[in-house]
Design a protein around this ligand. Structure first.
Ligand SMILES: Nc1ncnc2c1ncn2[C@@H]1O[C@H](COP(=O)(O)OP(=O)(O)O)[C@@H](O)[C@H]1O
Ligand SMILES: O=P(O)(O)OC[C@H]1O[C@@](CO)(OP(=O)(O)O)[C@@H](O)[C@@H]1O
Length: 732
């Protein structure tokens, strides 16, 4: 029998506690009652001192869920510093208004996820005089991603119960004490390198490429020399999905200076989420300041009104784009900051995100223009503010790059990301004049006050930047770059004018802040939301399809079948792999879709919380669900042909297109960016194509054709130098 709460919740070394705290640790508390005697229709409930459990009103007590024939459970998530919960168990008849029975003895106290005394038996004296005895189990585990699941549920109206019985949509199982034949510890001897396979040539390995090299080619400079004409690419614009709009609506509009914190910070709000398991009504976190809160009254009408309201916001966003003043149809994000503050890095990341969302976006790097016009090996003197030739040369290339960006916008470009230091008012005034009547401007300033990070960035610069490619002496390069930096510092003026976003010390994902001024509208709002959630903490993201499903064997698309024998073998191998790869990563989590094949693939993995996301469900094949491609070709030849012609935009009748899938995956991308602990995503072919394309920066049109083979793990390593990819093939 379990006694009090597990001790690891509140103990452990300070380092360990800090690590968990940083990982956004919450306490998952599980209250269980067991009685092997059948108790007719008496349902165990919990009631107590806080409104969520009825404020001592038995009629508002919270029912426990039946976990097995004899076991009842109530699971919930609280922050480690939650308010003391004073409660009792109670038995209530399921169907009648007959009296209920409160357990005997004093009430129980839950503090910091732990019961204040040994979990004694719960005794109930019935009217007949019979005494019913229940064993009580209380357990508290540190876990971070419940907040993610709960907040996800709170603003998404699309969750649905798992189709796999007895598997709640958020669950955690503990690591086995001994390793069985296929158990995790048996597999810890696994040599991961043995399974490594080559990555495709288009893989996500930005680490080895300096981001500035991948920016737009200077069209004005190249065409002037006659060596190349500028290729104008097809424009891709996606109308924003209304259902995504209300997610960040609270933070987009600010006419005066405001400060936003990442979602992370919200984890410190004291709230309680009840995990109702399969098919039960959910409670969601309330934004009110009440310590324990519930939203049980969220009826269908209230829920359904959310997308409608969001639709109105989206309509306004489209109006912004189509009907507003001409300059509002194009947006220039102008980077500001001293050298080595992550401007190019941030610009490249934002470009990737906006392109993935379908916005026609280009990254213009003034350094590239400078190197082309004036050579790559200019010394620090070139960057002195009292060197008029240098100043003029730098202003000239900035203006050239800006004009190129405007020309591209006039050809249909939507968002230009203009990457240079732009670190004094005079330069920014010049740019504002160039933009007048042609595009809207937002300054994006990156500020870093951590000398260690700046030193690391400088060293990375010397290794990566083409400015030092010809400098054989690292120390000499370092010295020159530091002098260049000092030259900029002398005349640096932080942004105080116009619309701006300031990222201040946003490297680690906690402790920093984002300030915004005069930011409004759909796209700027999305940009702020994205930036708020990004950071540089290194961590792996493992992407894998489920093990082979019975439908895969039959060649049927969609469906919700279980996994085949080969699929089950993969599930075991994957569990071994995850156990080994993430063995020192206690805060890691496993995300699946709500479909059986991913949940079953995840089931042998132990020791990590598992979360089901509806957004990770496979592309909805609508009326074609369950058919083979051959059957579609034969019975619906027009549909088959339309899909073949434009697989990205083709929407299955009553189903989805790849573009729809991308739109619904946006919260997943934001969450993957926000997480600081490793995540294993077990999902489906179409969904993983879309997710992978984001990390590998693949163009939208390629997404439906990206290869995501079964029984293979794609490891995406996020970190200070960008994204890196590694692949493991566990089975042939
Ligand atoms: N917001 C940030 N603050 C500080 N450093 C950052 C930030 N974002 C990224 N970095 C780090 O800065 C390094 C150098 O960035 P880079 O974009 O080349 O600098 P810049 O363009 O400002 O000269 C990157 O490799 C990354 O590790
Ligand atoms: O877009 P295409 O190439 O049809 O690929 C998506 C298809 O992949 C499948 C397998 O054929 O995914 P999965 O088995 O990974 O869930 C189908 O369910 C899905 O419709």
């Amino acid at each position: 029998m379990g006694t009090g709460a597990s001790k690891d919740a509140g103990e452990g070394s300070k380092e360990e506690r800090d690590r968990l705290e940083q990982a956004g640790g919450q306490l998952y508390v599980s209250l269980k009652m067991e009685n092997c005697k059948l108790t007719g229709d008496l349902v165990p409930h919990v009631y107590g001192s806080v409104p969520l459990v009825g404020s001592w009103d038995p009629s508002k007590a919270l029912p426990m869920e039946r976990e097995s024939v004899s076991m009842w459970e109530l699971g919930f998530v609280v922050p480690p510093n939650h308010e003391t919960l004073d409660f009792k168990f109670l038995l209530k008849p399921k169907h009648s208004n007959a009296p209920c029975f409160v357990e005997e003895g004093p009430s129980r106290l839950l503090v910091g996820g732990a019961l204040q005394e040994d979990a004694r038996l719960a005794l109930f004296r019935l009217d007949s005089g019979e005494v019913l005895e229940y064993q009580v189990f209380v357990k508290a585990d540190r876990v971070s991603p419940f907040d993610l699941a709960a907040s996800w549920r709170a603003y998404q109206d699309n969750f649905r119960p798992s189709s796999v019985r007895w598997i709640p949509d958020v669950s955690i199982n503990s690591a086995p004490q001994t390793g069985g034949e296929n158990g995790c510890s048996a597999g810890l001897e696994l040599d991961l390198e043995h399974y490594v396979v080559p990555t495709p040539s288009t893989s996500a390995n930005s680490t080895h490429v300096y981001a500035a090299n991948l920016t737009e080619n200077p069209r004005s400079l190249i065409s002037a020399s006659g060596s190349s004409t500028y290729p104008v690419k097809e424009m891709e614009v996606i109308v924003p999905d209304p259902s995504k709009m209300f997610q960040s609506s609270g933070m987009v509009e600010s006419k005066s200076v405001g400060t936003f914190s990442p979602l992370q910070r919200q984890e410190n709000q004291r709230g309680l989420f009840v995990d109702r398991g399969v098919g039960s009504p959910r409670l969601v976190k309330s934004s009110s300041s009440s310590i324990f809160s519930t939203d049980l009254n969220l009826d269908h009408d209230t829920k359904n009104s959310m997308p409608a309201a969001a639709g109105a916001v989206a309509a306004a966003a489209i109006a912004d784009q189509m009907l507003g003043p001409k300059e509002d149809r194009h947006l220039a994000i102008i980077l500001v900051g001293l050298p080595a503050r992550g401007k190019t890095f941030t610009a490249a990341k934002l470009t990737r995100y906006l392109r993935w969302l379908g916005h026609n976006t280009k990254h213009f790097n003034v350094g590239k223009y400078r190197r082309l016009k004036h050579g790559a090996n200019q010394s620090a003197d070139f960057f002195r503010a009292d060197n008029p030739e240098g100043v003029e040369a730098r202003n000239e290339v900035a203006a050239l790059a800006f004009e190129d960006m405007i020309s591209w916008m006039q050809e249909g470009g939507q968002v230009g990301i203009f990457d240079a230091t732009n670190s004094n008012k005079k330069r920014r005034n010049m740019l504002m004049k160039l933009a007048e009547g042609r595009c809207k401007i937002i300054f994006l300033e990156t500020i870093c006050n951590d000398v260690n990070i700046i030193e690391r960035n400088i060293r990375l610069k010397i290794q990566q930047s083409p400015d030092y490619a010809e400098e054989p002496d690292f120390e000499a390069g370092l010295q020159d770059f530091k002098t260049r930096l000092a030259n900029y510092e002398k005349v640096y003026e932080t942004v105080k004018e116009g619309s701006y976003i300031k990222m201040i010390d946003m490297v680690s994902g906690h402790g920093g802040q984002i300030q915004v001024n005069n930011i409004g509208g759909y796209l700027p709002g999305r940009i702020v939301f994205f930036l708020v959630n990004t950071h540089l903490t290194p961590r792996p993201i493992l992407l894998t399809r489920h093990g082979e499903s019975q439908d895969n064997v039959r060649g049927r698309i969609g469906g919700d079948t279980a996994i085949s024998e080969a699929g089950q073998l993969y599930a075991k191998k994957l569990a071994n792999f995850v156990g080994k790869r993430l063995k020192s990563e206690r805060a890691a989590s496993i995300w699946t879709s709500t479909l059986q094949r991913t949940i079953l693939t995840a089931s042998p993995i132990v020791g990590f919380p598992k979360i089901q996301w509806r957004a990770l469900d496979e592309i909805n094949a609508g009326v074609c669900d369950g058919m083979t491609y051959e059957e579609i070709k034969k019975n619906m030849p027009e549909e088959y042909e339309s899909r073949k012609k434009d697989k990205l935009r083709y929407r299955y009748p009553r189903g989805e297109s790849y573009l729809d899938v991308i739109q619904r995956l946006e919260p997943v991308i934001i969450e993957l960016e926000r997480q600081r602990a490793p995540v294993v995503v077990i999902s489906h072919q179409a969904v993983l194509r879309a997710l992978y394309a984001y990390f590998a920066d693949r163009p939208l049109k390629e997404i439906p054709h990206i290869e995501v083979p079964l029984h293979t793990i794609i490891e995406i390593q996020m970190g200070v130098t960008g994204v890196q990819e590694k692949r493991y093939k566990l089975m042939d």
